[in-house]
Design a protein around this ligand. Structure first.
Ligand code: URA
Length: 205
């Protein structure tokens, strides 16, 4: 099954070309400051895919620099994953939000929006060539698997088309857990996943 059948025949031939195209694109839903490109080395062993840039990412133009990103980087470090050698990107490249007073409140992208951006993500991952692609949360899993995924039921190793994959929770899910004990338990589960991700990428080396 071709999960990315909407890739056009005149698709970009390099990551730089793809990034130029993404950077010049208009958001599907108006409002975002800029497109946020993936970051990290080509041939990174692990590629982490998030949902979409948040408020801070939209302002700074970099993925995972806000609170969820800080949590992700802390957990990576604790799990022995060198953040400078990992690739981080998003399924959707523009921030979607609702204005409440002066606050920009994150809005989850629709399945149609995820589909719109999917061929970019596929090409991006082709150019990076990671050994393991990690879906952080349901939107990334939807983009990578091409079908809705229950993160809690399907957490763990998987394949996304021809790619080795892993499904885990999104760090912002951890931030939203209201009670401290629940938060600590979920963070421990997240760390367990990241340690496994680290080992799988090492074994594939
Ligand atoms: N959440 C995401 O999914 N991606 C980011 O870049 C930041 C927060």
């Amino acid at each position: 099954m071709d999960l990315f059948a909407n890739t056009p025949p005149d698709a970009p031939k390099s990551l730089a070309e793809l990034n130029r195209l993404i950077a010049a694109s208009e958001p599907l839903v108006p409002g975002a400051t800029q497109a946020v490109l993936g970051e990290g080395p080509v041939h990174a062993p692990i590629a982490f895919v998030g949902e979409q840039p948040g408020d801070q990412e939209d302002v700074q133009g970099r993925p995972f620099v806000g609170p969820a990103g800080q949590l992700l980087h802390r957990a990576m470090e604790e799990a022995g994953i060198d953040g400078s050698k990992a690739y981080v990107t998003n399924a959707v490249k523009h921030f979607k939000f609702e204005l409440r007073g002066k606050r920009r409140i994150h809005q989850k992208p629709s399945a149609g929006e995820v589909k719109h951006y999917r061929w970019w993500l596929d090409l991006e991952l082709d150019f990076i060539g990671p050994k393991l692609v990690v879906a952080l949360g349901g939107t990334a899993a939807l983009a990578l698997a091409g079908k809705p995924v229950s993160v809690m039921k399907e957490r763990g190793e998987t394949v996304f088309g021809h790619r080795r994959g892993y499904i885990t929770m999104h760090p912002s899910f951890l931030l939203r857990i209201p009670d401290e004990a629940g938060k600590r338990a979920a963070y421990a589960d997240f760390l367990t996943d990241l340690r496994r991700i680290h080992d799988l990428a090492e074994q594939a080396a």
